[in-house]
Design a protein around this ligand. Structure first.
Ligand code: AR6
Length: 175
């Protein structure tokens, strides 16, 4: 999808290997590491990342905080905390919108023109992937419309093929 001068695409792969200006991490509120993409990012970035994260004092669900990328190809990591899926009537959609909105606002602030974003909340936090994909695509597009000169490309990075198919479908059907 092209919005103004920005591409929004879905791509399958390991986000820790990809040379974006910034990548988003699906963290937990401690920001001190965990499983899933968070664990992979901390392993790939090296121990200096946890040292910087300790200074940040955690992060609330839906908020986002920036660190350096250390050993990653990406210069910066934007850590956000997705909602745990509890059936969908507990504010989960708004919180997931906030993750994308706040992460991309941080990206604008640090001048990151290419950003890789994993499928936040859809792993350990169990958010249904089709619903999350629609939020990812629609909120990314809204941010690009708000900041039309900020980004070259937003890449929604999907770890496996079923996730990629659902994200591609969300892009194709997005208004
Ligand atoms: N590159 C891209 N995507 C990945 C990678 C990778 N290397 N590894 C996993 N994914 P999850 P959550 C995908 O569980 O649901 C952690 O313990 C994965 O397939 O990483 O937001 C944190 O510390 C899925 O599609 O994050 C929190 O406690 C997506 O990334 C909790 O998990 C998100 O899955 C956060 O859970």
């Amino acid at each position: 999808m092209i919005v103004g001068q920005t591409q929004i695409i879905a791509k399958q792969g390991n986000i820790t290997k990809m040379p974006f200006d910034a990548i988003v991490n699906a963290a937990n509120s401690s920001l001190l590491g965990g499983g899933g993409v968070d664990g992979a990012i901390h392993r790939a970035a090296g121990p200096d990342l946890e040292f910087e994260c300790r200074m940040l004092g955690g992060c609330k669900t839906g908020q986002a905080k920036v660190t350096k990328g250390y050993r990653l190809p990406a210069a910066h990591i934007i850590h956000t905390v997705g909602p745990v899926w509890r059936g969908g009537e507990n504010g989960e959609p708004d919180l997931l919108v906030n993750c994308y909105r706040n992460s991309l606002t941080r990206a604008v602030e640090i001048g990151a023109r290419s950003v890789g974003i994993p499928a936040i909340s859809t792993g350990i936090y169990s958010y249904p992937i089709d619903l999350a994909a629609n939020i990812a695509v629609n909120t990314s597009r809204e941010l690009v419309l708000e900041y039309p000169d900020a980004f070259d490309c937003l890449t929604l990075v999907c770890f496996d093929e079923p996730t990629l198919i659902l994200f591609q479908h969300a892009i194709e059907t997005s208004a």
